[in-house]
Write a protein that binds this ligand. Sequence first.
Ligand code: NAP
Length: 365
Amino acid sequence: MKNKIAVGILGATGVVGQNYVRLLANHPWFEIKDVAASSRSAGKSYAAAVSGKWLMNSEIPEDLAGMVVRDVTDYESIPQDIKLFFSATELQDKEVTREFEFAYAKKGYPVVSNSSANRWTDDVPMIVPEINPDHLSILKIQQQNRDFPDSGFVAVKPNCSVQSYLVAIHALRQAGFPVKEILVNTLQALSGAGYRGLTEPERRETVNPLIPGEEGKTEKEPSKILGSLNDTGITLDNSIAMSALCTRVPLVDGHTALVYLNFEDKVPTLEQITQIWSDFTAEPQELDLPFAPQPPIIVKSDPDRPQVALDVDNGKGMAVTIGRLEQDKFFDIRFVALSHNTVRGAAGGAILTAELLVKKGLILG
Ligand code: NAP
C-alpha cells in the first residue's frame, strides 16, 4: 500500500495495547498515529507512560516512544488523519464502555474492539475472520439504526479462548459434520487477565479454578459467531449445547482448550477430521491478508503436542494448533487446541478483522 492507513490505539498502554504496538510496527497497510489511554497516562510520552510496565520482548518502536498519549475521552485532540481505531480498553462499566465505543463511531471512526461490552449488542458483529466475515454486512444496519456517518461503526472480537477451538468446529460443520454437544475445559494464560494478571505475584505458582464470567462467555459467544444473517441482524445458532470450565494457569501467553464433542449424526473418522482441518482455508487466506495464517489450523500428530512452549507462536501467533485427536469413551472425539490469546485472541485477531474491512471497502484509506 503506497500511503498507509493512519490508525489509533485506545488502551495503548495495556497488555493488548502493547501487543498492537508490537504487531503493527511493520504492518504493510496500517501505521499508528495516535495512542490513547486513561488520564493516568495522558500527556506523557508513550515511553514514559509504559515505563516499568512494557511487557513485550521487542523494544518500543522509535516513532512511538515520543508520541504523546491522549486521554481516550479527549475527542478534540484526535489527530486529523486517523481512519480507524483499535480499542483495547474498558471504562468504569460495560454500559459506559459501550457508549464510549459508539461515541467514536458517531464521529465517523470505524472501531474494532477487544472489549466484551458490545459483543451482545444486536447490530454489532462479533467477528472471527475465518468463520463469519459475512456478518460484517450488518454494519450498514448499525449505521442506519444509530444514525452514524458512512465511515463510522463498531465491530468486535469474541472472547480470547473461543478462537482456540471454534475455527476447528466451524471447519467440521462446513464439511458436513455438524456438532451437537461440546464440553470444553480451558487452561488460560496470565496475560488474558491484562497487566495485573502478569504482575501480581500471587497469580504465579498456582492454578486458579475461577475466571469470573469466562464460562458464560465461552458457552454463549459461539451462538452469535455461528449465527446466520437476517434482515435486521443475526439469528443466533443454538444448535450446539456447550459446557465450559475455565481455569487460569501460570503461563505468560497461550490459551489451551481440552475439547470433547459429539456430532449430530454422522461421525467422521479421525483421518477425515485431520484432512478437513489440514485442508481448511477461508476468506482471509484466499484474500492473502497480511495477518492471515497460512494454514489457519495446524494439526500435530506427535502425541505430546500442542505445547505452549513449542506451539504458541505458530503462524506468527495467528494459527490454531491441534493435537491429541482421539476417540473418547463418553464422547465421539476429543482433542487439545492451542492459540495465542493476546495475538490470535486479541490484537492480531482484530488486525485481521481490520484487514478484512479494508478489503471490503469499509475502511477508507
Ligand atoms: P490492561 O492490561 O489492564 O490495559 C487496560 C488499558 O485500558 C490501559 O491502556 C489503561 O490505561 C486503559 N484504561 C483502564 N481504565 C481506563 C479508564 N477508566 N479510562 C480510560 N482508559 C482506561 O487490559 P488488557 O488485557 O490490555 O485488556 C484490554 C481489553 O481487551 C479488555 O476489555 C479485555 O477484556 C480485552 N481482552 C483482553 C485479552 C487479553 O488476552 N489480555 C484478550 C481479549 C480481550 P492506563 O495504562 O493509563 O491505566
